[in-house]
Design a protein around this ligand. Sequence first.
Ligand SMILES: [Zn+2]
Length: 237
Amino acid sequence: MEVQCVTFVRIFHDESYKSILGYTVYSSQMRMDNTDAKILQMLQSDGRLSFREIAKKTGVSTPTVSARVKTLEEQGVIRGYSADIDPLAINETISVLTVECKPKDLESVSELLSKQENVREVIVLSGSRVVARLTFEHEGRLDVFLNWLEKVEQIDSYNIDRAVRIVKKEPDAIVSEGIQVVIPCYECRKLIREQPVRIKLDGRMHYLCCESCLKLYKERYERIKKGISPSKSKAGH
Ligand SMILES: [Zn+2]
């Protein structure tokens, strides 16, 4: 069966949809409107707020809040909900590590660092440098970590500094209206910079970068659902 080529109407904010093979395919700009931005701001400052409380504060209905949050979770904009525990309040120490290595070793070094429990955040910088934020439960853990670090051959040099105090700690994202949501295509994994093609399968929204990916993805999805192994040939676009 052939999927028809559909040209999607590019509408800012508004949503268009077409039916392909009995599926409703949506297409819309992935821009955050005021409601999304307000919901995110509220949840970012208090992840325990109920949908009802958010609805009251934003002036939209509780089902609207619920649907918006579900979408933001599916898009990976909301990564999760967790308690923000102050490491200093439980007598832990925080350090910042800067590592220099050869460009070819950047990936393996950041991967090795990421596997360490004491490493809480890893950021790859330009110029073959990696910065990591570390937390240590006690001095003994720091010694163990430094022993391990010394043995990582790919590291050319490093610098580790203990934090004296933390003056400011805010969530990473600054949420404002009109921000574009950038998510990877479910088929080719490329970041969708343009208008995504969305398809609802089994009650869940799936995001694709173009109609070719939509076709491939839908075929793959149906094969997996039917329990048939994926075909060996993989067409690109
Ligand atoms: Zn794609």
